[in-house]
Design a protein around this ligand. Structure first.
Ligand code: COA
Ligand code: AMP
Length: 630
């Protein structure tokens, strides 16, 4: 069936469409109630269905006779390790760890935080939790203890599962001390910390709450998967919003499993048994959906890569992994390609490897610039598919659905809406815009299965942030337009969220930290264009009058504070002190104007600006500090 016909079916009769897809899974209780509304009128899927994600990712395949197939290939250039984990072995590891978690008294509905580097134990921990109905929340390793503490207080885990350390190229990252520090900072105290020792670097002093991972699983009896309702939260994943506090996106179980299984076939075009690689991190949604649950649900072999696109050891690593493990479909962020292209502009290193296994290269996580797309197409000689989605959706919303029909690739566009997503472009007043008019990107309700259920502990924020802005629609937070052929172009966030090297961050959160510096009177943090990372944050601060401290001291203190409060991943490297900020006459800081000047883009000066002379002042400050293209 061709895309248009398939897509139309999904929009015209979503219940029939998704019921059929749900039947691709093995349920303990097959749902009869396909689509219903919760108390607030928000759609939910398969409410009377019962299933278990861990069972579908592991046991089901063993029952079908595929226990000896490779489930995970762990490839870690930073430790010089390669390890193959079959579905049989995965079942042993996961069921033992699930047993150990159960022995600590955790039961269905309890929460556990996983703070781990890219090692197999991180995947075991996720699958062990879903096996027994424990709701996991994986926190990305690049976040500082303070960020971890915020998440501990928000989702009140009984247990944290962690490892002694991670490795960033050649630097040891002390995970366990970060966990200890976070527990110290948090008001909620988890009862236990399950610690996987990697024996890299110096050992840290043991704490009374520590439990050794290997000891725990040695003494545990394997736990069987339990039946959970389709609506049971499989996990909470925190993401940045427009305020300083991250929001915990709640994912269901049945809708998610249905959507992921569907996406592996129809979006990524992979069959069971194929090797699939998403070069992301388990701390992000891409890691959840396409390192762990999607490929394992589909009985693929998933690659778990502990390294970087460059410097581990060089810009050929991706090509080595593809050829060595016969990867059929690969998924990474454009920023990773830009990093490789910078080191090996001609793509000469690609010639050393046989990439004949590769059928498609997918890119997502940030806007894909045309030159990166072209370079990748030119060098890899396979279709390069830009696709758009976000933590909230859990799986792609716009894509070239290669498993249905490969559409012509239009650089700059993530192609068409994926089945189930009625994507519209609205103006400020909520009116649907026609071709080539830029506006807010929304999805007409109901959202298809797999999308966020709510925000953990904050349903008001869920309603206000996503559903109230345009009644009847889900608001994505992105701007964009459709062309006359229906291709959708995403132009970027319309809020205070920025995307740095494929990592989603909140400028509002950074502003709170900059503003708390004793010498800062007011400030603005904006995202500006960057050749490598797509965007990077830039802070502009006005200091208090009578300030005697040297500019460089204030700058370095602010940078240090952002690093220690949010983590290195925030990548704030530039702080400019200015005498004033551009504002409207009512006192609103004109951040969009600040961005426009930095990026040297055509920007409109709002008629409400307090004093237009400030534009030259800011441009001069940017020139002095060599910011952007000024
Ligand atoms: N644990 C601890 N620290 C981490 C980390 C982790 N998991 N991930 C990143 N960091 C640190 C980095 O070491 C760096 O620290 P530094 O400032 O001390 O050097 C900082 O956070 C910023 O990291 P990053 O933004 O990743 O920049 P980089 O210069 O180290 O690497 C790229 C640049 C492009 C190679 C890298 O960002 C990359 O591979 N990006 C792809 C992102 C991706 O896959 N995103 C998922 C969406 S699909
Ligand atoms: P995250 O929730 O971390 O996955 O980030 C989601 C955000 O990243 C989206 O709202 C977009 O702003 C941006 N994004 C992701 N993929 C793309 C893409 N293919 N093109 C443009 N922006 C993207």
């Amino acid at each position: 069936m061709k895309y248009q016909e398939f897509y139309k079916k999904s929009i015209e009769n979503p219940e029939r469409f998704w019921e059929k897809q749900a039947h691709q899974l093995q349920w303990y209780h097959t749902p009869k109630n396909i689509l219903s509304n919760d108390d607030n009128g928000y759609p939910q899927w398969f409410v009377d269905g019962k299933l278990n994600l861990s069972h579908l990712c592991i046991d089901k395949h063993i029952e079908d006779g595929f226990g000896r197939q490779n489930a995970i290939i762990y490839d870690s250039p930073v430790t010089n390790t390669k390890e193959i984990i079959t579905y049989n072995r995965l079942q042993k590891e996961v069921s033992k760890l699930a047993g150990a978690i159960k022995d600590l008294g955790l039961k269905k509905g309890d929460t556990a935080i996983i703070y781990m580097p890219m090692i197999p134990q991180a995947l075991y921990a996720m699958l062990a939790c879903t096996r027994i109905g424990v709701i996991h929340s994986v926190v990305f390793g690049g976040f500082a203890p303070n960020e971890l503490a915020i998440r501990i207080d928000d989702c009140t885990p009984k247990v944290i599962i962690t490892a002694s350390s991670g490795i960033e190229i050649d630097r040891i990252i002390p995970y366990k001390p970060y966990v200890d520090k976070a527990i110290e900072l948090a008001s909620h105290k988890p009862e236990k910390v399950i610690l996987f020792q990697r024996h890299l670097g110096a050992a840290t002093p043991a704490k009374p709450y520590d439990i050794d991972y290997l000891e725990a699983i040695k003494n545990a009896s394997p736990a069987e998967p339990i039946e959970v309702e389709s609506n049971h939260p499989s996990y909470i994943l925190y993401t940045s919003g427009t305020t300083g506090t991250p929001k915990g996106i709640i994912r269901d179980t049945g809708g998610y499993a249905t959507a992921l299984k569907f996406s592996m076939k129809y979006i990524y075009g992979v069959d069971p048994g194929d090797v699939y690689w998403a070069a992301s991190d388990v701390g992000w949604v891409v890691g959840h959906s396409y390192i762990v649950y999607g490929p394992l649900l589909n009985r693929n072999t998933t690659i778990l890569f502990e390294g970087k696109p460059i410097r581990t050891p060089d810009a050929s690593t991706f090509w080595r992994v593809i050829s060595e493990h016969k990867v059929k479909v690969m998924f990474t962020a454009p920023t990773a390609i830009r990093a490789i292209k910078k080191e090996d502009p001609e793509g000469k290193m690609i010639n050393d490897y046989d990439l004949s296994s590769l059928k498609y290269q997918f890119l997502a996580g940030e806007r894909c610039d045309v030159s990166t797309l072209k370079w990748t197409e030119d060098k890899l000689k396979v279709p390069v598919i830009d696709h758009w989605w976000q933590t909230e959706s859990g799986w792609p919303m716009l894509a070239n659905m290669v498993g249905v029909e490969l559409a012509k690739v239009k650089p700059g566009s993530a192609t068409f809406p994926v089945c189930g997503y009625d994507i519209q472009i609205l103006n400020e007043d909520g009116e649907v815009l026609g071709p080539n008019s830029e506006g807010y990107v929304v999805v007409k309700l109901p959202l298809p299965p797999g999308n966020l259920r709510n925000i953990w502990g904050n349903p008001q924020r869920f309603q206000a942030g996503y559903l109230e802005r345009f009644p009847g629609y889900y608001f994505s937070g992105d701007g964009g337009y459709k062309d006359e052929e229906g291709y959708v172009f995403i132009t970027g966030r319309v809020d205070d969220v920025i995307n740095v090297a494929g990592h989603r961050l909140s400028t509002a959160e950074m502003e709170e930290i900059v503003a708390s510096h004793s010498q800062v009177a007011e400030c603005a943090v904006i995202g500006i264009n960057d050749d490598l990372k797509g965007q990077i944050p830039l802070a502009l601060a006005v200091t208090k009058s009578g300030n005697e401290i040297a500019e460089s001291v204030i700058q370095s203190e602010i940078i240090k504070e952002i690093r220690s409060q949010i983590g290195p991943v925030a990548s704030l490297k530039q702080v400019i002190l200015v005498s004033r900020l551009p504002k409207t006459r009512s006192g609103k800081i004109l951040r969009k104007l600040l961005r426009g000047i930095a990026d040297n883009e055509d920007y409109s000066v709002p008629s409400t600006i307090d004093d237009p002379l400030i534009i030259d002042e800011i441009a001069k400050a940017y020139r002095t500090h060599k910011i952007g293209s000024n």
